[in-house]
Design a protein around this ligand. Structure first.
Ligand code: UD1
Ligand code: UDP
Length: 371
């Protein structure tokens, strides 16, 4: 089978690396990078570390308002898909690159497959929520990371071509944790002791563009009992400067560059806790059993909250302060995100669907937890 994969943003490189490895023996993959993320530390570093082949096409779309950025991607993806003429278009997650791929693919004779389908935060003010919903409805094949994601799709009438595969980020971290522990020197480089710092990441539109939210998050961090190490996304650096909050941020946190995947996984694994508004980081914290304080009022990764390891506090200084001081222990050791074989399942199911030409629906047997 010939698969065209569309990626564009940091978390998508990590997810695609898992599936790309499996595709090597199952067919041909043409990798397309929209260019949504272009800074070395948000893009190239992941291709190098995760051994992802150079994308055949880099569309160089870069940053811009939602409509302009998505529109440029649609215009640039369409001729590539026409030229490549793939059997399947593989999309990841919930970014503008995902939506652009969904719009192009759904209007062509190609099977559109969505990895990380069925997630819902129930907050339609988030651009990602709109991207997720539209992509799931445009897809022929929905690969859901959890049982709840399958149920969310069913509630919206999406039953055909739905598969519970487990989560590709779980596959990724099972491999990365050990490599990070053995290879990363980031703790020594930054002079950090395991369990003696809080890791922070912030990049959501609502937390960075709205000055009062960003300020409230910094106020919450200011009273942290442990130093806060904050690898700052370029969007956040830009907004801290524009909002006149840069000095405040450097006073309350150790602002560092965005990290490569292995160094970041090491930092997360060894942190006393993490404060984040990232989707992927909430989940990785759950996998690594690092308590998580989520700087949002809702999450699409609801199972992490059910586990007792994640707490939702929103951009609220008092709630952040309290959450940074309250002990959290898991109330369950259930593993709702599969068995670490999601990548393999996704490729197998895609092959099957392409061969049969019919969308099947199969909720795979409950994946057994890995210890
Ligand atoms: C995007 C995704 C978000 C995902 C995140 C992962 C959308 C709507 N958002 O958010 O879902 O969680 O990626 O990190 O698709 N910038 C740079 N250099 C870069 C890229 C971005 O400086 O290489 C700065 C620019 O100021 C840009 C801003 O970051 O305007 C936002 O970038 P953009 O890709 O639009 O959204 P993210 O916030 O990165
Ligand atoms: N990540 C990283 N370096 C960083 C911050 C995050 O490698 O400095 C990784 C992290 O391990 C996770 C992914 O990036 O796998 C999450 O991406 P991000 O928070 O940008 O996006 P989201 O998951 O919210 O879409």
């Amino acid at each position: 089978m010939r698969v065209c994969s569309i990626v564009g943003a940091r978390p998508q490189f990590i997810k695609a690396a898992v599936v790309s490895r499996e595709l090597e023996s199952a067919g041909e993959e043409v990798l397309v990078h929209t260019g949504q993320h272009y800074d070395e530390e948000l893009s190239d570093v992941f291709f190098e570390e995760l051994d992802i082949p150079e994308p055949e096409h880099n569309l160089g779309v870069r940053s811009g308002p939602h409509g302009e950025q998505t529109g440029k991607m649609i215009a640039a993806i369409e001729p590539v898909v026409e030229e490549v003429d793939p059997d399947a278009l593989l999309l990841y997650g919930d970014t503008n690159s995902t939506l652009a791929g969904a719009i192009v693919g759904s209007k062509r004779d190609v099977t559109v497959a969505h990895v990380e389908a069925g997630l819902r935060s129930e907050n339609r003010d988030m651009p990602e929520e709109i991207n997720r919903i539209l992509t799931d409805h445009a897809a022929d094949c929905c690969f859901a990371p959890s049982k709840r994601a399958v149920e969310n799709l069913a509630e919206e009438g999406i039953d055909d071509g739905v598969h519970w595969t487990g989560d590709v980020m779980y596959d990724a971290i099972l491999d990365a944790r050990e490599r990070a522990t053995n290879r990363s020197t980031i703790l020594e480089d930054l002079g950090l002791e395991p369990g003696e710092y809080v890791l922070a990441t912030v990049h959501r539109e609502s937390n960075t563009d709205v000055r009062s939210n960003l300020e409230a998050i910094l106020d919450g961090f200011a009273d942290s009992p442990l130093p806060v190490v904050f690898p700052a996304h370029p969007r956040t650096v830009d907004r801290l400067e524009r909002h006149g909050l840069w000095e405040r941020a450097t006073a309350v946190c150790d602002l560092i560059e965005p990290q490569g995947y292995l160094d970041f996984v090491r930092l997360l694994d060894a942190a006393e806790r993490v404060a984040t508004d990232s989707g992927g980081v909430q989940k990785e914290a759950f996998f690594l059993e690092t308590p998580c304080v989520t700087l949002r009022n809702e999450t699409e990764w609801t199972e992490t909250v059910d586990s007792g390891l994640n707490v939702l506090v929103g951009p609220n200084a008092d709630r952040i302060r309290r959450a940074l001081r309250t002990d959290r222990n898991p109330v369950t050791n259930a593993q709702p995100y599969g068995d670490g074989l999601a990548g393999q399942r996704i490729v197998g199911l895609l092959e099957r669907q392409l061969e049969s030409g019919e969308p099947e629906t199969e909720i795979d047997p409950e994946p057994s937890p890995l210890s």
